[in-house]
Design a protein around this ligand. Structure first.
Ligand code: GRG
Length: 309
């Protein structure tokens, strides 16, 4: 969920109220996620998947997917299965990231991590189950009005964003970089372009694909999302230093403790913030041709740099 202090900082214009927009879209996403996954036999695995999936979270990824689809002339209805899928994929990556074999974290989204409650074995399977279900959902629940070749493109785009060319690749380089103090900016960018930005890019681009967006528009959406993706991670690194565990819902200060190379460790906090802001300006500039229709995506970009969790 979006913390109240996040929303207070959000720019509110006469024509677009981001706080109200986020509240409304979060409610829709929560309801769709809840409905998508009932508990059946064997109950334990469904409960474990639902434990993490319905634990709150800002829902930035599904909202980006819905907002892009609407900007490009589509509806919430056609994008909702893909929006739920990206949140399931994101949640599974958090469950696996928190495992003792990876980041070894005890808290996430304000509660104990999945493996702390269900054990490592079930947590691994909950991640696997969410990942598989995400693809099933897109393939079977996207409305018939969406041509099948677009659904196939979404499946392919998501698969690429997650595998060794995306999240998995970024995570591998991140693990390899642990304990090394001589990580270059190039390597740091590789890690975060893959670990964080690739899924955010897929959320936005898939929202466009579902509407049959032109290759030029897909290019614009790609540049917008790559910029917000890197800015998202820069802010994540800053928050690890400046925010409390209560605000983050997970252990704070882990990067400093692990002596991890991060954007603030390379540039300092102020410079990092200013670089994130520049990325957001560049992202918003990509959307100028869409005029007022781009307001939600532009406001979401600003939300990403102004958030406090
Ligand atoms: C995808 C097959 C597959 C495996 C996962 C573990 C792993 C491989 C990758 C790690 C990916 C990871 C955890 C990246 C960090 C991304 C990030 C900045 C997360 C925080 O996102 P928020 O702030 O969190 O949107 P909420 O809780 O609000 O959703």
């Amino acid at each position: 969920m979006v913390a109240a202090d996040n929303l207070q900082k959000m720019p509110e214009t006469a024509t677009f109220n981001l706080a109200a927009y986020l509240k409304d879209r979060q409610k829709l996403c929560e309801a769709a996620l809840d409905k998508s996954m009932p508990v059946v036999y064997p109950e334990k695995i469904y409960e474990s998947m639902r434990y993490s999936l319905l634990a709150g979270g800002k829902r930035v990824r599904p909202i980006l997917c819905l907002a892009t689809c609407e900007m490009m002339g589509g509806t919430i209805e056609i994008a909702m299965p893909t929006a739920c899928a990206v949140e399931m994929i994101h949640t599974m990556s958090l469950i696996h990231d928190d495992l003792p074999a990876m980041d070894n974290d005890d808290y996430r989204r304000g509660r104990l991590t999945n493996h702390k409650v269900y054990g490592d074995d079930i947590a691994i399977l909950a991640g696997d189950g969410l990942l598989a279900f995400a693809f099933e959902l897109v393939a079977t629940q996207t409305p018939e009005s969406v041509p099948k070749d677009r659904v196939l493109q979404v499946v392919a785009r998501l698969g690429r964003a997650l595998g060794a060319a995306g999240l998995v690749g970024g995570q591998v380089v991140d693990l390899e970089s642990e304990g090394k103090s001589d990580i270059s900016l190039e390597t740091l960018n590789f890690i975060h372009n893959h670990k964080t930005a690739a899924l955010l890019e897929a959320c936005v681009v898939c929202g466009g694909i579902l509407t049959g967006a032109s290759p030029e528009d897909i290019q614009r959406l790609t540049r917008y999302s790559q910029n917000i993706g890197l800015a998202f991670q820069i802010i994540d690194d800053i928050l690890d230093i400046t925010a409390t565990q209560e605000q983050l819902g997970k252990t704070a200060g882990k990067d400093l403790l692990a002596k991890k190379v991060t954007y603030p460790s390379l540039w300092g906090i102020e410079e990092s913030r200013s670089k994130a802001q520049q990325l957001i300006e560049a992202a918003c500039a990509e959307l100028e041709p869409f005029g007022k229709l781009a307001q939600p995506l532009q406001a979401l970009a600003h939300f990403i740099v102004n958030r406090s969790n």
